[in-house]
Design a protein around this ligand. Structure first.
Ligand SMILES: Nc1ncnc2c1ncn2[C@@H]1O[C@H](COP(=O)(O)OP(=O)(O)OP(=O)(O)O)[C@@H](O)[C@H]1O
Ligand SMILES: [Mg+2]
Length: 347
C-alpha cells in the first residue's frame, strides 16, 4: 500500500514537472488524470479537467475525435494541430492503455509544442523560395539573350556586343548575390566567436569614405562628416564594422540624386556610440519602413535592380550590428530623404 502511494507521488511529480501537456482518459473518454501544463493549455483551474470529457471543455473536435478513435480502434495516433484559442502548434500523440485481455481501458494524450520548429521551417522555406526567385531572374535574362544570339543575332556585331554586355551585367549580379548570401551565412556562423577589439569608429568611417570617393564624386554629392572630439572607441570586429558602414553609405549614395547631400554624424549616448547617415534622397514610403531590413526587401525592385542591388545589404547590416549588441534604426520621409543609424557599445 505504502509503495503504491509512493509510486503515485512519483507519477504526480513527473507529470507536474513536464513541459508537455498530458492527460489520461478512461474507456468513456473521461479525464482521470491531468498535469498542470494541460490545465494551462485548456485554460482551466486546477483540478477542473478531472471527470470531464474533452469535448465539454474545448470546442475543438479534432483531439476529442482522436481520443475516441484510439479508444475504439486500440491503435495509437499522431497529429499536428492548434488548440484554440491558443495559436501554438502542438504535436498530439494519443496512445491506448490495454488490460491483460488486450481491451482498451484508457488512453494517454500528450501535447508537445512544436511552434518554434514549424515557424523556423516556414522561414527557411520562404528564404529558399526568395533565393531561387532572385537567382532565376538574371538566369532567365541570360538564357534569353544567349538564345537570341544563337538564333542569328550574333551575325550583327553591334547587336552581339550589346547583348553580351547585358549578359555580363546579369552575370555580375549573380556573382554579387552569391557573395552577399555567403557573407550573410558566414556572419551567422561566426556570430558566436566574433573577435571584438577596441576600434576607432571615426577612423573606420574615414577609410570607407575614401573607398567610396569615386562614387561620391561621380554623382557630385556633398558629403559631410560631423563628430565631436575625443569619442571613446567601440567594441567591434573591424571587417564587419566596415561592411556596415559601406552598406549604409552605399545606400545613401545610390538613393540620392546627383548633387544631393549626405551628412554622417557620430555621437555618444551613455555607453554607446551612434552613427547616422542622413541623405536628401528619394526617401522610403511609410509602410515600407518597417520592412527595409528584411532579406531581399526592396522598395522599388526595378530601381534597385538597375543599381545592381540584391536587397541583402540592410539585412547584413542589421545582422552584424545586432551581433555586436547594438541596434539599427531608420527614419525617412518620401521625397525628402532618409536617416539610417546604428549603435555600438563603447569600450
Ligand atoms: N538611403 C536610402 N534611401 C532610400 N531608400 C533606401 C535607402 N537605403 C535603403 N533603401 C531602400 O531599402 C531597400 C533595401 O536596401 P538594401 O541595402 O538592403 O538593398 P539594395 O540597396 O537594394 O541592394 P544591396 O543588397 O546591393 O544593398 C532598397 O532597395 C531601397 O529601396
Ligand atoms: Mg544597399
Amino acid at each position: 500500500m505504502l509503495s503504491l502511494l509512493k509510486e503515485q507521488r512519483h507519477i504526480q511529480a513527473i507529470l507536474t514537472s513536464m513541459v508537455d501537456a498530458v492527460f489520461v482518459v478512461d474507456a468513456q473518454a473521461r479525464i482521470t488524470l491531468a498535469n498542470k501544463a494541460a490545465e494551462h493549455l485548456f485554460l482551466v483551474k486546477e483540478g477542473a479537467l478531472e471527470g470531464k470529457r474533452l469535448d465539454e471543455i474545448n470546442r475543438d473536435q479534432e483531439v476529442s475525435g482522436m481520443i475516441c478513435q484510439v479508444l475504439t480502434s486500440g491503435k495509437e495516433v499522431f497529429t499536428e494541430t492548434t488548440i484554440r484559442p491558443s495559436t501554438q502548434i502542438f504535436r498530439v500523440h494519443v496512445v491506448p492503455i490495454k488490460n491483460q485481455d488486450d481491451q482498451v481501458e484508457a488512453a494517454v494524450a500528450v501535447f508537445h509544442d512544436v511552434t518554434e520548429a514549424r515557424n523556423f521551417d516556414q522561414m527557411r522555406s520562404g528564404f529558399v523560395a526568395n533565393v531561387s526567385h532572385e537567382l532565376r531572374t538574371p538566369l532567365t535574362s541570360i538564357k534569353g539573350f544567349v538564345e537570341t544570339l544563337l538564333d542569328g543575332a550574333m551575325e550583327n556585331s553591334d547587336t552581339c556586343r550589346r547583348f553580351l554586355s547585358i549578359i555580363e551585367t546579369e552575370t555580375n549580379r549573380l556573382t554579387r548575390l552569391i557573395d552577399d548570401l555567403l557573407s550573410l551565412s558566414s556572419i551567422e556562423s561566426k556570430e558566436r566567436h566574433i573577435q571584438l577589439r577596441p576600434v576607432c569608429l571615426v577612423r573606420s568611417m574615414r577609410g570607407i569614405m575614401n573607398i567610396m570617393g569615386p562614387q561620391i564624386s561621380d554623382k557630385e554629392l556633398h558629403v559631410e562628416f560631423i563628430y565631436p572630439q575625443n569619442l571613446p572607441r567601440i567594441h567591434a570586429d573591424e571587417d564587419l564594422l566596415g561592411q556596415v558602414l559601406i552598406n549604409l553609405l552605399d545606400n545613401a549614395i545610390k538613393y540620392t540624386p546627383p548633387k544631393g547631400k549626405i551628412i554622417i554624424r557620430c555621437r555618444r549616448r551613455d555607453s554607446r556610440l551612434i552613427i547616422t547617415f542622413t541623405d536628401t534622397g528619394v526617401g522610403i514610403p511609410r509602410d515600407s519602413i518597417p520592412r527595409v531590413f528584411e532579406r531581399f526587401y526592396r522598395v522599388d525592385k526595378a530601381r534597385s535592380r538597375h543599381h545592381g542591388g540584391t536587397g541583402l545589404g540592410l539585412a547584413i547590416v542589421k545582422h552584424i550590428v545586432e551581433s555586436h549588441g547594438g541596434e539599427v534604426f531608420v527614419d525617412s520621409e518620401i521625397g525628402k530623404g532618409s536617416t539610417f543609424g546604428a549603435s555600438f557599445l563603447t569600450v
